[in-house]
Every structure is written in structure tokens, then in C-alpha cells.
Design a protein around this ligand. Sequence first.
Ligand code: GDP
Ligand code: IMO
Ligand code: MG
Length: 429
Amino acid sequence: MANVTVIGAQWGDEGKGKIVDWLSERADVVARFQGGHNAGHTLVVGDNVYKLSLLPSGIVRGTLSVIGNGVVLDPWHFRDEVAKLKGQGVMINPGNLQIAETCPLILPFHRDLDGLREDASGAGKIGTTRRGIGPAYEDKVGRRAIRVCDLAHLDDLGPQLDRLTAHHDALRAGFGEAPIDREALMAELRDIAGFILPFVQPVWLTLNKAKAEGKRILFEGAQGTLLDIDHGTYPFVTSSNTVAGTAASGTGLGPSGAGFVLGIVKAYTTRVGSGPFPTEQENNVGQRLGERGHEFGTVTGRKRRCGWFDAVLVRQSVAVSGVTGIALTKLDVLDGFETLKICTGYRIGDQTFDYLPAHAQDQAKAEAIYEDIEGWQDTTAGARSWADLPAQAIKYIRRIEELIGCPVTLVSTSPERDDTILVRDPFAD
Ligand code: GDP
Ligand code: IMO
Ligand code: MG
């Protein structure tokens, strides 16, 4: 079976959207399995730029796209994103877009709580997207969530809403906020239900049927492994499992369906929001990477923090996500550097590490140990074949493969869909 699971192998924004879009030409189904509209996936097709947060990137090509149960869904955002993409000429209808019945809903008070907590956290804030992702997942795990399937049973919502509002009203009172206006919430839910329900399906069944028919399923991860709730730089993480294993639990297809795990890896490192970042360059190197790479958040517009490639982190991501091969993106951003640095280990106090220790204080203290590698002066921008790459760029790629213990499957050399070098076809495995 030739499925592909795409995941971010750093702190998100590795270029997953571009690669999913490129691969989706040959996929029969594209499925999101975790996260929500905290994601921001950018697709560039000629003069058209598409930014997707909640919808699977396959929708732009019209490929059957499904939002799996592992995703938290803001129904009003869903409506807006559908409208925005339709405005760009993308065909979207219940024939090519499905939402799992069991997705928990992100409600307005989740967004409020996300913002209230961030505002109250001072220097300790996570730097979330303030879109209510964390609070919605808390309610899912707390067994209080209202789910997509509840939209078809709004008249029976009473006892569920009692539990949910009792929980949130106590939290809101702690922030000096008024209780939830239940009438207003019910009116908003009734208003949005009619838009959402036509898209709702038992997505696990759709995917299992597709699998049985030998169709190609492409899983689209959001965020990145270092933002994973278990494996990331906790507590500076998102509230879902971002590793490849979640493709199974977040859709209902089962672990044998994951197929080729394609880790998306930027040729340097970026991070948005707070938290440890051992190779961060708060100097002209970081500035140059940020400017050349246009490193501004797709969702929040925040400036992304930038630094050198960290082979230790990516090696760890390759391990915990079971990555089969990587897509190395934004190689062109490194054009023209005299010397490049790659992090090969950390120094913490008088100890050295070849992995990132779990404790937040150790992570904050980790100093990168670098090796230097000669840069290249020719351009890689727009390269579409291995032969177009300068010899030093190939050496850089080969060194990364050695250090992370994983082969390069694709190389991306510009935002444009077709500026992609195929080394090995992930669907062919
Ligand atoms: P995602 O969240 O992983 O989908 O990544 P984002 O879309 O948030 O950020 C990646 C940014 O880099 C987007 O603006 C892409 O258009 C752009 N991009 C993707 N691949 C390349 C590449 O190879 N070179 C350059 N210069 N930009 C790229
Ligand atoms: P894509 O899919 C980069 C970060 C936020 C913050 C932390 C928690 O585009 O790669 P949250 O709102 O999820 O509770 O925020 O996670 N974050 C991302 N960073 N790319 C993303 O998605 C992100 N989604 C969340 O900046 O540090
Ligand atoms: Mg992004």
C-alpha cells in the first residue's frame, strides 16, 4: 500500500503545505489528523498563494480531503476558510471535503481562555496562536467537549452544556470574566450547524474503504515533532500529538495505514512563540535567514525566530516519528553564505548530550556544539534536478543525511509548487 504521512520534524512551518500540495497530485485522499486552525500551510501555484489553516491542502487540487477526528474544529473558522478559498476559485463541496463526526468543537470561550491565560502568564507565556486549541483539547480529554456530531442533536445538548459551562464559568470567574451566555451560544450553534452538517461523515469508514480499494492516502500533519505534547519542548508545545503515529488515532485508519513517513525539514531552523531553541541566532545570521526565508507566521504574522540547522533535534524527530525519508525545504535560503553551521550536540554545564534532555531547565541551558561546513555562492533557487545543485549544496545535504541517519527523499528550492527535486518517490515504497 502506497500511503504517505507528512509530518513536520522541527517546530512547524517547515513547508508541509507545499510538499503536501505537490504530492497530492497523485493522492486519492488527503487527511488532516491533529491540530486545528493554529496551522498555517502555504501553497504557491504561479501567481496564486493559498493559505490553509484547517482544510487539508489537497483541497486546492480538488482531491478528496478529510478532517479526521484528531482535529479540533472551530466551525466559524471552517465557514470562513471555505469562503476564502472559494473566493480564490477552489471548488469545495461535500463531495470533496468531509469532517469526522467526532471532532471536538472549538467554541468562542476556548479562544477567550487561551487569550486570558496568555495575557496572565507574563514572561512564562507559551506564545500560542490564541485560537483556543489548548482549551478545546483539554475539554476533549476531560470528556466535556461538544463534538461535531452534537450539531445534529442540539435539542439534547442540555446536560452536556451544563457540565461544560460549569467548568468554564469557574475558570472565567477566576479571570473576572462574565459567565458564558448559554442562549447566545445555542443561537450561534444553531446558526452554524446547517453549514457544517452536510460535510459530516464517518471519516474512519471513508478511509478504510479507500484503503480496501488500494487508493493512495496522504496524511497531512500540522505543527512539528518538537511541538508534540509528549515529545516536544514541554511546556512550550501545542496540545496535540504531532508525531506520525497520530495519523492512525486521529483518523481511524489504524497504524498499518501510515505508509511512508515523510518528515519535512527546513534546511535551517525556525520557531514561533516561546521556548528553548539552542541554535537560535539573535544576530545578523538570524536576520538574514528571516529576511531571505520570509519568516513571518502564516497565522499570526509574528516574526519567526531563526537559527542554524540542528541535526540533534531532527535525529530525535526521525526516531520518535519513525521517519522513512525527509523532504529538505528552503535550501535556497542558504545560498550565498560563506560558512554554514550544523549543530551536532549540546553542552549543558560540564556534560555533553547527543539528544535533547527532557527537562525544561536543561533544554533552556543547552548550548549548541557546531561543526562548520563550507557554503555555496551559486544559486539553488528554483532548481528542479539534482544536477542543478552546486557541489557544496550537495555536500551539505549529504552531511545532514549522515547526521540525522535518514535519507533525503525530496528537496524544495522555492515556494513554487514545481520547484521540487524528487530523489525517491515516497508513493512508490
Ligand atoms: P508549513 O506550516 O509547514 O506548511 O509551512 P508554512 O507555509 O507556514 O511556511 C513555509 C513558508 O516557506 C511558506 O511561505 C512557503 O511558501 C515557503 N516555502 C516552502 N518551501 C520553500 C522553499 O523551498 N524555498 C523557499 N524560499 N520558500 C519555501
Ligand atoms: P504549522 O502547521 C509553528 C506554536 C505556537 C506556540 C505553540 C502553542 O503551520 O507548522 P497553540 O496555538 O497550538 O496552542 O500554540 O505552538 N504553533 C506553531 N508553530 N507552526 C505551526 O503550525 C504552529 N501551530 C502552533 O506558536 O508556540
Ligand atoms: Mg505554518
